[in-house]
Each structure stands twice: as structure tokens, then as C-alpha cells.
Design a binder for this molecule. Structure first.
Ligand SMILES: C[S@@+](CC[C@H](N)C(=O)[O-])C[C@H]1O[C@@H](n2cnc3c(N)ncnc32)[C@H](O)[C@@H]1O
Length: 414
């Protein structure tokens, strides 16, 4: 007989990647529960049963850990957006650093990986330049519930920058068939992206100074409803045009820290070639291009490529390949001195990774937003003749389990 809905008292052991804490059922199976802390005795209800593990909902903390603090947000624990508000910021940083080390050891099989202290976000609250809302059945802006696809309407959120927090509560939406997500980006101007899974173009009225676009399910160019289809962000004194469909780092202050870190590790000279793979709108490229003979960007998103061309227009030494890294890289006949990669969560496709190490660069900087795929990629790079010099975690996403890390590898023996 299954144990779904059964209630257990469990002592939690440690935090794992994904925002949950790990404990054990009496039968030895692993139990994962969100919002718990190591050492705590908790009462939980099993919500999902699998042969080797279960997922459980936290009902009550019977013996709280000394580190437990009160959460700031009234939606905490219901909304799925934050995972660590019950830890002080210092404890969050320590926890995430330990999780990164653990992933490198378990998945990458590294012994004592060179994980550096986490670089903290200058602000642990109100740091996001972009918010992605879902709509509840009444059309109210909300977030997905923890462990669910249903939407909880929200009245407060402590993650957006203050300027963005002043805007989103003013947005009034009628329930629109097919309208799934609303993204609000606060650059030099506010950009609203209405993402739809189908249905007619919504009627749209605006009485505040903002741009708005509608993005249909087939991709393609967004339809402009008001203003422009882009906004601009400034990083280390440079302006970046970012279209509605293009990726941009959500924590601008930490984007600066990331760029500085990558630029410092990237040994380059005026005659060198450097690759920026998964280059987006050109965030790293813009700071590397002035230092090299040739910079080659590789990016799949047409919108990001168009922005890249605009953002790096002043440079004569820049080439951009629009396409999937795993298709483009194996055909590139270059000998770069170094390669920066910043893939999405899935990490590097095997063909992309093989092509990268096959070019034999002196160094590789792997910027990652997923410690599990990072660990896998790094292990493959080390097997292919690279030495892992350091892994530096950056907290781009305080209060959540997400973590960014930059790994620096050099060719073994070079
Ligand atoms: C994490 S973002 C990094 C962008 C940029 N480095 C930055 O910091 O702004 C990853 C980028 O990779 C692009 N991308 C995703 N899959 C790709 C693939 N298979 N080949 C090339 N680019 C890809 C996405 O469009 C996105 O711009």
C-alpha cells in the first residue's frame, strides 16, 4: 500500500539543491521537504511517493533549528518563488556554497573541489530588474505555488527593485484566454511582455509610460502594443539594448561582479582570438572585445543576436554566429586562446563540449546557473585535459535556492 498522505515525524539532515531539506523515512527512503532546516524535527505529510524517495509537505516544525528566523514576506511558504527566507543572509550564503561543493563531489566526483566563498549580492532584497508573473483565474498577477502549477495571487514581493515594485501593483489585467505569463522588465524604461499560448491579441490600454509587447506561442518577432520592443540596462558604464525575447541577467549589480570576475580571469592579448559561447546580448563580449584581435560570439536566439549586433556595433573585430552551439562549434576552424561559455541550465551539449576542448584553448571560463550540469561538464573537461583551478559562486538570487558559479579551468601542463 502506498504512503501518500501519510504523516511522519522526521529529523532533517541537510539542505540539498532545489530548496529542500533531506531526511529519512523509517524504511530508509530519502525524504525531501521544502522549508525545513538541518537538525530540525518536523512533522510532514507525504505528497509524492517514488521507489527510492518521497517528497513531503512540511506541516509543523516540532524542534526548530537555532538558525531559523521569521520570514519577511506574507506569502512565504505558499508562493514557490522563495526558498530560504527562514535563514539569515549569511546562512543562505554558507548553505549555497556547501550545496555547490556537494554537487561537485557527488556528480563530478571531485575530491575537495576548489570552491571559493560565495560572492554576496550587494542587496539581499529588492535586487531583481525583471519579474515573471502568472495570472490567476481572475486575472490577478501571481506566482506559482510551491510544488504546484496553480497560481497564488500576490500582494507583496520583496525581490523586485523598488522601481519595479512601484509599477507591477498598478497593472490591471482582465482574464485573457491564452495569456500565460506577464514579464515586467525595468531597464531605462519599463517593458511589459505578455506571453500567450494562443488566442486573439488582447486589447491593451496604457496610461503610464511603458512599452508593451505580445509574444505568441510560435516564437517570432513580438508584436508591439505600446512604445518599443526593448529596454536598456547599464552594466559597468555600458548600455545594453535588450529585446523582450532576449535573456539578460536579472540582478544588475551582480552582473557587474560576474563581468569583472570573468574579465580578470581571462588572460588575453591584442593578437588573441576569444570565443563567447551562449553570448546573449553581448554582456561578456562587450568587455572582452577591446582587448583582443578577434572575438567570436555564438548565440541561438535571433532576438539576442540582433541586440548583440547593436550592442557591439562599434567593434570591427567581432564576429557573431547565430545558431546552436552544438551545431556551430564543431564547424569552427579557429584556435582561440580562451573560451567563455554561459549555457542555459541544461549545460553543454556533448558536441559543444567536445568541440570546445578540441580547440585546445589555454583557458575555459564556464559560467553556470545549475551546479548539477556544471559538475557534469567540469568532470568531462578535466577528463579531456583541463585542470579545475577554482569555482566561484555568485549569489544572483538571494532568498532562493538558485546559484550561479564561474569555473576557471586551464589546460593541464600548459
Ligand atoms: C544564461 S544565458 C547567458 C547570456 C549571456 N552570456 C549573458 O550573461 O547575458 C544563455 C544564452 O544561451 C542561449 N542559448 C540557449 N541554448 C543555446 C544553444 N544551444 N546554442 C547557443 N545559444 C544558446 C540563450 O538564448 C541565452 O541567450
Amino acid at each position: 500500500m502506498g504512503i501518500e498522505n501519510a504523516v511522519f515525524e522526521v529529523r532533517l539532515e541537510r539542505l540539498v539543491y532545489g530548496g529542500e531539506a533531506l531526511g529519512r523515512l523509517p524504511d530508509g527512503r530519502a525524504l525531501f521537504a521544502a522549508f525545513g532546516l538541518p537538525g530540525e524535527l518536523v512533522r510532514v505529510r507525504v505528497v509524492e511517493e517514488h521507489p527510492r524517495h518521497v517528497r513531503a509537505e512540511l506541516l509543523e516544525v516540532l524542534e526548530p533549528a537555532p538558525e531559523r528566523i521569521a520570514a519577511r514576506c506574507r506569502h512565504y511558504g505558499v508562493c514557490g518563488g522563495c526558498h530560504y527566507q527562514h535563514l539569515s543572509y549569511e546562512d543562505q550564503l554558507r548553505a549555497k556554497q556547501a550545496i555547490l561543493k556537494d554537487q561537485l563531489e557527488r556528480i563530478g566526483h571531485f575530491t575537495d573541489p576548489p570552491v571559493q566563498p560565495m560572492v554576496p549580492s550587494p542587496s539581499p532584497w529588492n535586487y531583481r530588474n525583471t519579474m515573471q508573473f502568472h495570472l490567476d483565474p481572475q486575472g490577478k498577477l501571481g506566482f506559482q505555488r510551491a510544488n504546484s502549477h496553480t497560481v497564488v495571487a500576490i500582494e507583496e514581493c520583496h525581490l523586485p527593485e523598488e522601481e519595479l515594485n512601484a509599477i507591477w501593483p498598478l497593472l490591471e489585467m482582465e482574464p485573457v484566454p491564452g495569456l500565460e505569463r506577464v514579464t515586467v522588465r525595468q531597464g531605462d524604461e519599463t517593458l511589459l511582455a505578455l506571453e500567450s499560448s494562443g488566442g486573439a491579441l488582447p486589447t491593451f490600454q496604457v496610461d503610464m509610460p511603458l512599452s508593451a509587447v505580445w509574444m505568441g506561442p510560435e516564437g517570432g518577432d513580438p508584436i508591439v502594443l505600446a512604445g518599443d520592443d526593448f529596454t536598456r540596462f547599464e552594466v559597468l558604464g555600458r548600455a545594453f539594448t535588450v529585446s523582450a525575447g532576449a535573456f539578460f541577467q536579472v540582478n544588475t549589480a551582480q552582473a557587474e561582479a560576474l563581468v569583472k570576475h570573468v574579465a580578470e580571469r581571462a588572460a588575453l592579448g591584442a593578437d588573441d582570438t576569444v570565443l563567447d559561447v551562449y553570448c546573449g546580448v553581448g554582456l561578456f563580449s562587450a568587455f572582452l572585445a577591446p582587448r583582443v584581435g578577434k572575438l567570436i560570439g555564438v548565440e541561438m536566439s535571433p532576438q539576442a543576436c540582433a541586440d548583440f549586433a547593436l550592442n557591439l556595433d562599434e567593434f570591427e573585430n567581432v564576429e557573431l554566429y547565430e545558431g546552436a552551439a552544438e551545431d556551430v562549434l564543431p564547424k569552427l576552424k579557429v584556435r582561440p586562446r580562451g573560451i567563455v561559455v554561459d549555457p542555459p541550465r541544461a549545460g553543454l551539449e556533448r558536441a559543444a563540449l567536445d568541440a570546445i576542448v578540441g580547440m585546445g584553448p589555454e583557458w575555459i571560463l564556464h559560467v553556470s546557473c545549475d551546479p548539477a550540469t556544471l559538475a557534469r561538464d567540469l568532470a568531462r573537461m578535466v577528463k579531456s585535459g583541463y585542470t579545475l583551478r577554482e569555482v566561484t559562486p555568485f549569489d544572483l538570487f538571494p532568498q532562493t535556492y538558485h546559484l550561479e558559479a564561474v569555473a576557471w579551468l586551464t589546460k593541464t601542463g600548459a
